[in-house]
Design a protein around this ligand. Structure first.
Ligand SMILES: Cc1cc2nc3c(=O)[nH]c(=O)nc-3n(C[C@H](O)[C@H](O)[C@H](O)COP(=O)(O)OP(=O)(O)OC[C@H]3O[C@@H](n4cnc5c(N)ncnc54)[C@H](O)[C@@H]3O)c2cc1C
Length: 415
């Protein structure tokens, strides 16, 4: 479909949702540009994997040209389907097995997905452009302003600038996210070390949440194996686009209380890794090895926040998507899926409006109503799961760490 019109869209933020929306719109023949604060696509490693559920996958299928969607699938893997809850010495308490039909969830490497989402958007993704505000650009036009004094004048502005959005205070003035007490120090470590997988066969298809003796602290890890080597899959399906990464890895996260992370360590990668080392000193040797072999530039601190339902959208023809609206703690793997779902939904509403003559304001309001409904269900789910897994309730914690592990065999001997 090619829509010939002077309609144009400016998207702030080249993350998952911003790039996905750009793909959707450009594929439909709409003039869309993405403005990203970072100086380049891979200045931050953001080295972790994402589990995409049926909403995330469907959004990608709808938005991407077929070869790029195939590329996302080819480089992804089955997520495994088991989440083991253990004590800090990796003694099983219990295991959840997800009843998923095959191919309804995939795990993808985030950097690889971002690279796929940028493919074909040549000249439409502008780096070093930090959005700072929106104002009127004349009849039916808005101006997205940047910190360097520049601006883009367009028909519609979309804020997809993530959890610390610069546009949120203006576009959704009553919906600043609230902080939670919890945080995560994340990292990634090579899966194969000295020619062998660091993860024992018994855990090959499992994510593991090892709960510490102190309430409010736990360690999560899971392996990311590429279905097909990104180098080969990119050469076959997106020649000329280079994959940013390729080696299988283990993604891990130490969950802890925000109050435990001193201010002077928050932006200091060696300091964060040292904290993770100290706080996992009593954990199973496998956990200590994962932290000890983490690639330093992938270590990141995430302070968990939860979005609040917006009640007022202050600038007609400007809207928002993804974490900028509905930040959520990373429990339940909803954040990225919901962000991708927003992008496909907004894309569909805009394209439909241009084809059937629905006023743009009505199309955008329809998107906002539908998005707020499913997205804040996901925020509530994620916040509930976080409270359940990291809460202070003494009895469940005692059962998880002291009673159940004694009833099960040791899955990973401490050799
Ligand atoms: C450790 C971890 C694991 C996760 N695992 C999963 C998972 O398994 N499944 C899942 O669905 N979700 C997961 N998530 C959540 C997911 O990563 C986010 O929800 C998702 O990235 C949100 O996408 P987004 O497009 O809203 O924002 P982002 O992807 O964060 O992109 C925002 C972009 O905006 C840019 N930006 C910021 N400010 C400005 C500005 N002023 N102007 C221009 N650009 C700006 C940023 O640099 C960034 O590129 C996880 C999150 C974490 C931390």
């Amino acid at each position: 479909m090619v829509i010939s019109t002077d309609f144009s869209v400016a998207i702030a933020g080249a993350g998952l949702s911003g790039l996905c929306l750009a793909q959707y719109l450009v594929r439909a023949g709409i003039d869309a540009h993405v403005y990203e604060r970072d100086l380049g696509p891979f200045v931050r490693r953001q080295g972790y994997r994402l589990i995409l559920d049926r909403y995330g996958l469907e959004a990608l299928r709808e938005s991407l040209p077929v070869p790029l969607y195939r590329l996302a699938l080819a480089t992804s893997d089955e997520p495994g389907g088991h989440l083991r809850f253990t004590d800090s010495r990796l003694r099983d308490a219990f295991t959840i097995t997800f009843k998923q039909e095959q191919h309804t969830t995939r795990q993808v490497d985030r950097l690889t997905l971002r690279s796929i989402l940028q493919s074909g958007l040549d000249g439409r993704v502008h780096y070093g452009k930090a959005a700072v505000g929106v104002d009127s650009g004349g009849p039916g036009r808005l101006r997205l302003r940047f910190s360097d004094g520049g601006a883009a004048t367009v028909s519609v502005v979309v804020g997809a600038d993530g959890v610390r959005s610069a546009l949120r205070a203006q576009l959704m003035p009553d919906a600043n996210p609230v902080n939670t007490p919890m945080a995560g120090i994340y990292g990634r470590s090579p899966l194969r070390q000295n020619g062998r997988s660091i993860i024992p066969e018994a855990l090959r298809t499992s994510g593991v949440l090892a709960i510490a003796n102190e309430p409010g602290r736990a360690f999560f890890f899971t392996s990311m194996r590429f279905g097909e080597s990104p180098r080969e899959a990119f050469a076959r399906l997106a020649p000329g686009v280079f994959p940013p990464t390729g080696d299988d890895y283990v993604m891990w996260g130490l969950l802890l209380r925000q109050a435990e992370v001193p201010m002077n360590v928050r932006g200091d990668l060696p300091g964060l890794r040292e904290m993770a080392t100290q706080m996992t000193a009593d954990f199973h040797p496998l956990v200590r090895r994962l932290v000890g072999t983490a690639e330093l530039d992938t270590v990141v601190l995430n302070l968990f926040a939860a979005g609040q339902r917006p009640r007022r959208w202050a600038v007609p023809r400007a809207t928002m998507m993804g974490d900028a609206v509905h930040a959520m703690p990373p429990f339940g793997a909803h954040g990225g899926n919901t962000a991708l779902r927003d992008a496909a939904l907004l894309g569909r509403r805009l394209v439909d409006a241009l084809t059937d003559g629905t006023p743009l304001e009505a199309a955008i309001a329809g998107y906002q109503d539908e998005m707020v409904s499913y997205a804040f269900d996901a925020v509530d789910d994620a916040a509930r799961l976080m409270r359940r897994l990291t809460g202070n309730a003494a009895a469940p914690h005692w059962v998880l760490t002291r009673v159940l592990p004694r009833l099960h065999r040791v899955t990973v001997p401490e050799a």
